[in-house]
Design a binder for this molecule. Structure first.
Ligand SMILES: *Cc1c(COP(=O)(O)O)cnc(C)c1O
Length: 379
């Protein structure tokens, strides 16, 4: 056993990497402000420490999906501009107005609710009108845009709102050359142009996420909204590895080997016996499972560095644990297993796990469970 016992499992977050990535993304969009998207607990990396690191490295804005995520940043004493965009009827508009949070507005119902909250608060709401330029998700359709813009102009004149931004989101920015990119850009220019002609003069117009920031300079406008790149993860394998993109992965997921034992040939391993030993061999138990965010879809495929070699999950990933076959290698109980990290020490990457599980690396880091302590380094 190790002299200082390792914790069962932990996610180390290198905040120096986060700062490096923010600077690298700012270099790609030098004339635009940068919004660090820290929704979903900063894609699993810890919202408050990552937000602070991003601001230190020059991010001017923080972005979240839900208002509750935005309030948590204010509660931590962060007074930077914060924007949140995922609202449902009856949401906490009043608190957003009181706390000076910019809100994304995708439809008339939302504009009506935020105006009522602003009237009650006695101060204008900062709103950013979202255009659906082709993603087909949130945002206002071009056909409904004149009515929404007209109502926003009227609300601004009566003093209940200040339109601080006009914005949209790409469907296929991670596929350079996809025809929807140029089409969405043309619609975005048309919709923002219309709003400006009607008298809106927003601080920021924005549409670029990480892949657009990295590969499509014509999409940068006044601000880029970068999430995954801040954490040093590649948005898509086709765009390159993090190193090729100038990014450093921030998260390393480590575990302590919980048990090493010898088993005879023909021994089934884990639920369903989908792995059977072909010789007498050693098994190492890794105490992390799907409750910790290890994808069950990576059963029989996920990679892990144990005893100096990358090995493959033997059989099923269970709720709390999985097993690797270590052969006759001298792995001991208490040794360290590295599930993923930057890859500098031969460990697998989040991208490797994404491939093993048939998903994207965004999901691998974001789904790491609340049972896994985050340890922030280089604050
Ligand atoms: C999550 C999100 C982003 C960030 O996207 P990345 O690809 O992670 O950079 C930007 N804008 C919106 C609206 C989002 O929901």
């Amino acid at each position: 056993m190790n002299e200082t016992p390792l914790p069962r499992v932990r996610a180390e977050i290198d905040l120096a990497a986060v700062r490096h990535n923010v600077r690298a993304l700012r270099d790609r969009a030098p004339r635009s402000q940068l919004m660090a998207v820290v929704k979903s607990d900063a894609y699993g990396h810890g919202a408050v420490p990552c937000a602070r690191a991003a601001l230190q490295a020059g991010a001017r804005w923080l972005g979240t999906a839900t208002p509750e995520e935005a309030f948590a940043l204010r509660d931590a004493g962060i007074d930077a501009r914060i924007m949140c965009w995922l609202w449902t009827p009856g949401g906490p508009w009043r608190r957003a107005v009181d706390e000076g949070i910019d809100v994304g507005i995708s439809g008339m119902w939302a504009l009506d609710e935020v105006r009522a909250a602003a009237r009650a608060a006695g101060r204008p709401a900062r709103i950013q009108l979202k255009a659906d330029t082709g993603l087909g998700r949130n945002g206002c359709q071009p056909a409904d845009w004149p009515a929404l813009v007209g109502a926003a102009v009227a609300a601004q004149a009566e003093g209940t709102v200040q339109v601080t931004g006009l914005w949209s989101h790409f469907a296929c920015a991670d596929e350079p050359g996809h025809p929807s990119i140029a089409a969405q850009l043309a619609v975005f220019r048309e919709m923002t142009g219309y709003a400006e002609k009607e008298g809106l003069d927003p601080e920021v117009r924005h549409i670029a996420n990480t892949p657009a920031t990295l590969t499509l300079p014509e999409t940068h406008f006044d601000l880029v909204r970068t999430g995954i790149g801040i954490y040093g993860v590649s948005p898509a394998p086709e765009l390159g590895t993090p190193a090729q993109l100038g990014l450093r992965p921030a998260m390393t997921l480590r575990a302590a080997v919980a048990l090493v034992k010898e088993v005879p040939p023909g021994h089934g391993v884990s639920y369903g016996h989908h792995y059977v030993t072909d010789a007498a061999t050693g098994l190492a138990l890794i105490p992390a499972g799907y409750a910790d965010g290890i994808p069950r879809h990576a059963s029989g495929r996920g990679p892990v560095l144990v005893g100096g070699k990358v090995r493959t999950v033997a059989g099923r990933v269970a709720m709390d644990q999985f097993v690797v076959d270590i052969g006759t290698d001298p792995v001991r109980t208490g040794d360290e297993a590295v599930l993923f990290g930057p890859g500098d020490a031969g460990e697998p990457t989040a991208e490797d796990w994404a491939q093993a599980a048939g998903t994207i690396a965004y999901e691998i880091v974001t789904r790491i469970g609340s049972r896994v302590p985050r340890v922030h380094l280089n604050a």
